[in-house]
Write a protein that binds this ligand. Structure first.
Ligand SMILES: C[S@@+](CC[C@H](N)C(=O)[O-])C[C@H]1O[C@@H](n2cnc3c(N)ncnc32)[C@H](O)[C@@H]1O
Length: 401
């Protein structure tokens, strides 16, 4: 596996692009970490140490380090990876941004207790554990350097959306010998191009786009070790490491109600535990390629996850409140496409008013005063809007320090 990432650091990134944009995403966006690990109460004036385990070409480390540089004077990121080529890309990106709050460590996350002992408030580990011979051993090694009360954001491959990947991997093991990586990638491309229309990889429209990029193609099909997880398998892995599962993202994709208009079926789904409901949603949707989720150590789910209350400050990510407010004033609905599932969601008649008053500073109590709505009317309107915007991972909660 080391050979794969030395030859083709993944995902491929050009450090010069840092001058134009910051790549952000889930997990590990700082507002998201605050919402799903610290119930919105993270105090960034205090020291905050994060580990990015299997940091690759640096997406999460650069995002976190930049957000900490902007907001947390005592924030530090430790980047750990065993691929020197990947580290070189990540380091060049950090240099381009003049970030001084990242420490680069080379080695295996299985040795983290020796080479980067922490302890850490937060750990990011995306797209890594499913490539280890024993993912549970990897998660246990990370859990050991996590502070009590701290959390992790993880990404693991999801079984159903990767339909078609594993039979082609099997064929490639029979047809494409080990060795020279460019030759293997060329042979893989040739095989993929000649697959019949009936092949499940060919039929999976959400995977075909990656085949244009060599590093993505190798990542998809040439891994010596690669497994995928169902929701219940994620839950078992997390529980096995003594950690508590908080939430999968974005929440609406893991909500069976998203896919069940029938009232009788909805009533049955409503009786399920949250984790069984998430597993049902996965089975109904059939298109989840990855699971992005948060876990915590030595903390109950209720103590980690932010829920709306009078002192919650709604924070919009990837969207601007004023723009959304204007759009909802014209039509109080939000369209979304979840990898082929088109949704048209009602945000409530008062969505425009609520968003018009949101400035990332006012809490719900102040927003209610500002909008002049009666408490029950405000609460119902916010609940409807929050269900949609939080559900699509566009709105999070924090509390004032
Ligand atoms: C698919 S890439 C993901 C990179 C990054 N986390 C991201 O999401 O963009 C997997 C990375 O994990 C690294 N890796 C795999 N096994 C590792 C291990 N045992 N210890 C440290 N890094 C590892 C690889 O070198 C590679 O850079």
């Amino acid at each position: 596996m080391r050979a794969l990432y030395e030859a083709l650091p993944y995902p491929s990134r050009d450090p010069a692009d840092e001058r134009q944009r910051l790549i952000t995403g889930s997990p590990s966006q700082l507002d998201e970490v605050n919402h799903y690990v610290f119930a919105g109460r993270l105090d960034l004036a205090r020291p905050f140490r994060a580990l990015v385990a299997g940091g690759g070409t640096g997406d999460a480390a650069i995002m976190l380090a930049q957000q900490l540089a902007d907001r947390a004077p005592q924030g530090e990121v430790v980047y750990l990876d065993m691929s020197r080529a990947s580290r070189a890309v990540a380091e060049a990106r950090a240099k381009e941004r003049a970030l001084r709050n990242i420490r680069f460590v080379e080695g295996s996350l299985l040795d983290v207790a020796q080479i980067a002992p922490g302890p850490f408030d937060y750990i990011d580990c995306c797209g890594v554990l499913h490539h280890l011979p024993d993912p549970a051993q990897g998660l246990a090694a990370l859990a050991a350097v996590l502070k009590p009360g701290g959390g992790m954001g993880l990404m693991l491959y999801a079984t159903l959306g990767r339909t078609g990947v594993y039979p082609v991997q099997e064929a490639l093991r029979q047809l494409v010998p080990e060795g020279d990586m460019p030759a293997r990638v060329a042979a893989t491309r040739s095989l993929v191009d000649m697959l019949p229309e009936t092949n499940w990889l060919k039929r999976n429209p959400h995977l075909s786009s990656v085949t244009d990029d060599d590093a993505a193609l190798a990542d998809l099909l040439l891994h010596p070790i690669d497994r995928a997880f169902r929701v219940r398998e994620v839950a078992a892995l997390v529980q096995g490491a003594g950690l508590t599962l908080i939430h999968f993202l974005p929440p609406l994709r893991y909500d069976p109600f998203t896919y069940l208009p029938d009232p009788a079926l909805r009533a049955r789904a409503a009786a399920l535990s949250w984790i069984d409901a998430a597993g049902l949603a996965e089975a109904l949707a059939g298109n989840l390629k990855t699971h992005v989720f948060y876990v915590v150590k030595d903390k109950a789910r209720e103590a980690a996850l932010a829920v709306p209350h009078a002192r919650s400050i709604p924070v919009l990510i990837r969207q601007d409140a004023a723009t959304l407010s204007r759009a909802f004033a014209r039509k109080p609905r939000l369209g979304a496409n979840l990898d082929g599932i088109a949704l048209d969601l009602a945000v409530g008649e008062r969505a425009a008013i609520l968003l018009g008053a949101m400035d990332g500073q006012r809490d719900l109590s102040a927003l209610r005063h500002e909008t002049g709505l009666a408490p029950p009317v405000f609460d119902a309107a916010f609940a409807t809007l929050y269900h949609v915007l939080n559900g699509l991972n566009l709105m999070l909660l924090r509390e004032a320090a």
